[in-house]
Write a protein that binds this ligand. Structure first.
Ligand SMILES: [Zn+2]
Length: 194
């Protein structure tokens, strides 16, 4: 079966919409720059499939049509390192998570459009710490969801006083969507879990 590769215009759009920065929140490295020869440039980024281009690939979704598989919606821009990482460990990097990364990378690019890149080491460190903490919280809450239910999750999120109400609401939606997508093994209600 042929691989459903992305057309050139889709690739360009995916990269440009995140300003050619890796979409992994803790990364955001710049992926394009000048080559020694004039007119040429170097690109260390790549358009990855959120769900694979062929049945043997990572996160393959058989319910998609070939058109959907090579559509903008199924593409994410990553640096070479993280493109490899997400396609190697598909338990850790789910389609849901990659879609979240893409959405946030686009939102960041939108917020930074027309601004100077801040890029101080301190700013970067703060961003990395925030992103890591957020991912940790979401992952744990998704795992707890079946046990404590949506009310429990909501209460837990409300205790994160470092987040604005809007950020809390967004986190709640993400946890609920992730838990419903069934990315984590559901508990068997007929067997007591001790
Ligand atoms: Zn990266």
């Amino acid at each position: 079966m042929a691989r459903d590769e992305f057309p050139q215009d889709v690739k360009a759009a995916v990269a440009r919409r995140v300003n050619y920065l890796c979409s992994k929140p803790e990364c955001r490295v710049q992926t394009v720059g000048p080559h020694t020869e004039p007119i040429r440039s170097i690109n260390v980024g790549t358009v990855s499939h959120i769900t694979a281009a062929a049945p043997s690939g990572p996160r393959f979704d058989p319910t998609l049509t070939p058109e959907q598989r090579r559509s903008f919606e199924n593409a994410i821009w990553l640096c070479g390192t993280h493109a490899r990482e997400v396609d190697t460990d598909t338990t850790r990097f789910t389609a849901f998570q990659l879609r979240t990364w893409k959405r946030e990378a686009e939102r960041d690019a939108e917020q930074n459009l027309g601004r100077r890149s801040s890029g101080t080491a301190d700013d970067a460190a703060v961003e990395v710490a925030k992103a890591a903490l957020r991912d940790q919280r979401i992952e744990r809450l998704m795992r707890a969801y079946n046990g404590i239910g949506s009310e429990g999750v909501e209460r837990a999120i409300r205790s994160f006083t470092d987040l604005s109400q809007e950020e809390q609401a967004e986190m709640f939606d993400m946890v609920r969507a992730g838990a419903r997508a069934g990315r984590l093994p559901k508990r068997n209600p007929f067997r007591s879990s001790v």
